[in-house]
Design a binder for this molecule. Sequence first.
Ligand code: C2E
Ligand code: CA
Ligand code: CA
Length: 633
Amino acid sequence: MIAPESPSSAGNPLQVLQHHRLGQLLKILLVAMSLIGLSNVYFGNWLTLALIGLAGGLLFSSYRLLQRGRSDEAAALMLWTLTSLVSLIMWVDLGLRDSGLLAYPGFLVFAAILASRRTFFALLAFMLANVSLLALGNLQGWHVNRLPPVRIGTWIDIICILSVIASAVWLLAGDLRRALLRLGEENQRVRQSQAQIEFLAQHDALTQLPNRVLARARCDQALIQARRDGGGAALLFLDLDNFKTLNDSLGHGAGDRLLQHVAEQLRCGTRSGDTVCRQSGDEFLVVLGDIADADAVAAIATQLLELLALPLDIEGIEVSATCSLGIALYPVDGEDFDTLLKKADIAMYRAKDSGRNNFRFYDAQMNTSVLEHLQLITAMRLGFSRGEFSLHYQAQYDLRSGRVIGAEALLRWQHPQLGQVSPAVFIPLAEKSGLIIELGAWVLQQACAQAAQWHAEGLSLVMAVNLSPLQMRRHDIDQVVVQALQNSGLPAELLELEMTESMLIDDSNGLTEMLGRLRALGITLAIDDFGTGYSNLAYLKRFDVEALKIDQSFVRRLCEDSQDEAIVRAIIQMAASLNLHTVAEGIEDAATLQRLRELGCTRGQGFYWAPALPAARFAERVRAPLAAAVPQS
Ligand code: C2E
Ligand code: CA
Ligand code: CA
């Protein structure tokens, strides 16, 4: 037999399947017709045989239609042929008790699945009419079907009809089952991806914590609840200390690991009803509902800081995630998410300013200090143009010879009303506002000019100038330095640049090449505040550093604190092994100086000799041999 070709409009998978099933059904029917035909030849039922022959011919036409891709017409022709054949046989044979009646429901099933709706209802109407007419004929007596005893042919008819219908229905029902199964799976997949999309829209992929969108919703809920119960709530704003340094020095993989660790610890340290969310980068929010008073919040904040400070092993290095935490309370600090967030943010900055790894509650005072900061920045810009800034110089001594070998240039701001403003106050603001770029360039020019003048007068000192991270991040710092040297005529060997560790770790923007160019000119590099960052030896070698400046905080307690002494000793030994100088900052008394010399420190500066002084007084002091001397041991 010829296999039906796929319809030309084979796009719709359902149509393809219908086409395929119709072909199978027609084949089964043609085989069944042949069998029934043979049985009629055997029993000599010539009239039935003629009918079967006609039906067989029509079914074959239907098969040809199907081959030409006209499935609808093929299905209709097949169903009408079968229904008419069966109906006719019922009229001539056993009427309403004819076994052909068994086939009617089967045909209806085929029609429902394979043919059009119109064909289905037309067939049903025809079947009902036929059955009714037959009944009427038999009841009225104008057409009576006699009921002969059961013959072998009856049994064969029933077996054929049941088998054909059963196999066709089985195939079609199988399709239906599979379709339902696929639909179910598809549904499941859609539901899963929908849930996934929803989750991603509301959560942070790295830590799986709610993101700020969800945090806002959760905070709103907590506030509604607090309002209803007359209770309190709190919003905590948490920012990791030194995350950037860690990320830059150990790599982003380590940074990610730390963020995940922080997320875990925050979840551990809060109650099940609280929300922890990742606000952005290294910032997290914690929403605390049902809060009795500020003490309860302080207890949770303390616990969070303790949990985060627990050391974590990342790639064999022990890291602890200290953070600064700002707290805003409902209803005292604000009644909505945005207000609370702003105030918690301000409080967080205050916590950072006051030494990191601690928490601060928001208070109205802080808002004024933000305002003050803004006013101060404006005043600084104005002051710079009015010449309120100047440089003071602090001497650096060679601890072995006791001679002054250099000077550190330190910026001073004399404000007409505020008086002397401490660099600890204005330098961070100058960095925040970007003014440090201009200010820093000016410092370089001034310091080089001063050093060049002293050099010309016979006082050859190495001038140390502090650089800010923002200056380093600009591409043109080497040009600014070269310009300052050219303008002043200062030999490059007499200029030293002081940088902090974190500035060197951030090796973007071709820092290595840039510092290499400066070194090639003869300028020396010193690491300021050494010991407070992620002391990493690799970059000391890479950048060809000349000196390490031991941070004042270790020098100050050198004689009292054995741990500080151990740190200073380690720094000095390490520097010696790398052939670097060590400069102790903040030497205030003879005992500390003595101890430093015993430990092998090579250079020092501090109030023990003198604070930073205006140029004229500095030169005066340095030229007076007694004042400059270091007591020899
Ligand atoms: P720094 O670079 O660590 O400077 C040393 C600071 O320690 C100076 O404070 C100095 O006056 C102070 N100091 C020196 N000896 C002693 C001592 O024996 N005891 C004590 N307690 N302190 C001592 P200063 O001048 O207030 O500067 C603070 C910071 O401001 C500097 O720390 C530096 O980071 C920054 N800074 C100052 N001038 C500049 C500048 O021109 N550019 C940049 N980028 N930063 C500057
Ligand atoms: Ca310095
Ligand atoms: Ca320092």
